[in-house]
Ligand binder design. Structure first.
Ligand code: AMP
Length: 394
């Protein structure tokens, strides 16, 4: 790890600015937080900072998308303050502003590791544009910056890249852990490295497939995206998901990945998207009028066999429509295969595969579940993540 971590910096008596990911899901009806995993994930860093005796810890986060005044009302970060207070067991001063006197005075007057939560960073139009003036202004409020919002480090925003461009900086424990797991898996894996890719679209995973074709020993492909590959191989795919404009690309991946790329050999298909259609097993060809909604039993067996002996596994995207019980078996089987691998480093990219692993009860049986869907995907693509690149080197 070549980036400074919070253990490498001295924060005693200082004002620490910390970018966290408090982009929590909320109930559409009541606005209440429905899952506080993200707040909990930030606690190790915040608690560690408190123990070091800084003057203040100023927390920045975005919440939802903010384009209009109505969006502002819907995405008021005030909802997080009581939840954070409960977890920290100490008061959190929420400032209903992203700049100005109230914020500046609160920071100036803070003592004894006072925790201050700033209003949603996206209330500022310059946040998403990484407006240099905004990054500079926020940086002027503190002495040192800590980056702990892994879910946002793939974005060059004022709060992720602008602040550290103007202040000494380090990564927090959450980002450090993500870099340790994903970075090691992609850049210096214990082999064999097997990647499992699924989810709806090839187009979302092009960069990942391209990069992994170079670094992985095997790539297993399932989910809706495998039907574009099946079509490229000349199979019938019925009404299954297809990206016509990606067939040639799929052909080139099949060519380049000879011996590495492992595709399903059967499917569970239905004549309807839902649980009440005519659901049946089919082979490599999906019959007309049907759509493939999960990998079939032979593919499950094949994938489990291909995973045997793997020392590193990275997984992004479910094998089927796991949200519906009749099409969850492929995804459950992959969870099971990963959970039973001995001595392997098993890493789940964020987003739907992380949701699947948690929903299906396998969270404790894998090595790491990433907290950032987009960020983990871009990391697996081998891209530079601006929010990490901006942090000081050791
Ligand atoms: P992604 O966000 O690209 O990882 O895609 C996840 C979504 O893909 C989930 O909501 C799944 O229900 C969906 N999905 C997986 N397999 C299929 C399939 N065979 N047909 C349609 N949707 C699928």
């Amino acid at each position: 790890m070549d980036k400074k971590t919070i253990k490498d910096i001295d924060v005693a008596g200082k004002t620490v600015l910390c970018r966290v990911d408090f982009n929590v899901p909320r109930s559409k009806e009541t606005g209440e937080i429905t899952n506080d995993n993200r707040v909990v994930a930030a606690l190790p860093t915040i608690n560690y900072l408190i123990e070091q005796g800084p003057k203040a810890i100023v927390l920045f986060s975005h919440l939802g998308k903010v384009k209009t005044e109505e969006d502002k009302a819907k995405n008021n970060l005030a909802v997080v303050a009581p939840c954070l207070e409960k977890h920290l067991g100490r008061p959190v001063k929420f400032i209903n502003a992203t700049r100005g006197e109230e914020l500046e005075t609160a920071i100036k007057e803070a003592t004894d590791a006072q925790v201050i939560l700033v209003q949603n960073t996206r209330y500022e139009a310059g946040e998403s544009k990484n407006d240099p003036e905004l990054g500079k202004y926020w940086a002027s409020l503190g002495d040192v910056f800590v980056e702990d919002a892994f879910g946002s480090v793939h974005r060059a925003h004022a709060s992720t890249a602008g602040i550290p461009a103007n202040l000494p900086s380090a990564v927090g424990f959450l980002v450090e852990k993500e870099i340790a797991y994903i970075g090691k898996a992609v850049n210096d894996p214990e082999r064999p490295l097997v990647a499992i890719l699924g989810g709806a679209k090839v187009s979302d995973k092009i960069g990942v497939i391209e990069n992994l074709l170079n670094v992985a020993d095997k790539i297993i492909v399932g989910g809706g995206m495998c039907y574009t590959f099946a079509k490229a191989m000349g199979h019938e795919i019925g009404n299954s998901l297809l990206e016509e404009d990606k067939i040639d690309l799929a052909k080139s991946f099949i060519e380049k990945g000879k011996g590495k790329l492992i595709l399903p050999i059967d499917s569970i298909c239905s004549d309807k998207f839902g649980v009440d259609g005519d659901i049946k097993e089919c082979g490599a060809d999906v019959p007309a009028g049907y759509m493939g909604l999960d990998i079939g039993p032979k593919s499950i067996e094949l994938f489990a066999k291909e995973l045997q002996g793997a020392k590193t596994v990275i997984w992004n995207g479910p094998m089927g429509v796991f949200e519906l019980e009749p099409f969850a078996k492929g995804t459950i089987a992959v969870c099971e295969a990963l959970a039973n691998l001995e001595g392997a480093n098993t890493i789940i990219g964020g987003g739907d595969s992380a949701a699947a692993v948690m929903q299906l009860g396998y969270a404790d049986r894998v090595s790491h579940i990433s907290t950032g869907g987009g960020a983990s995907l871009e990391y697996m693509e081998g891209k530079v993540l601006p929010g990490i690149a901006a942090i000081d080197d050791k």
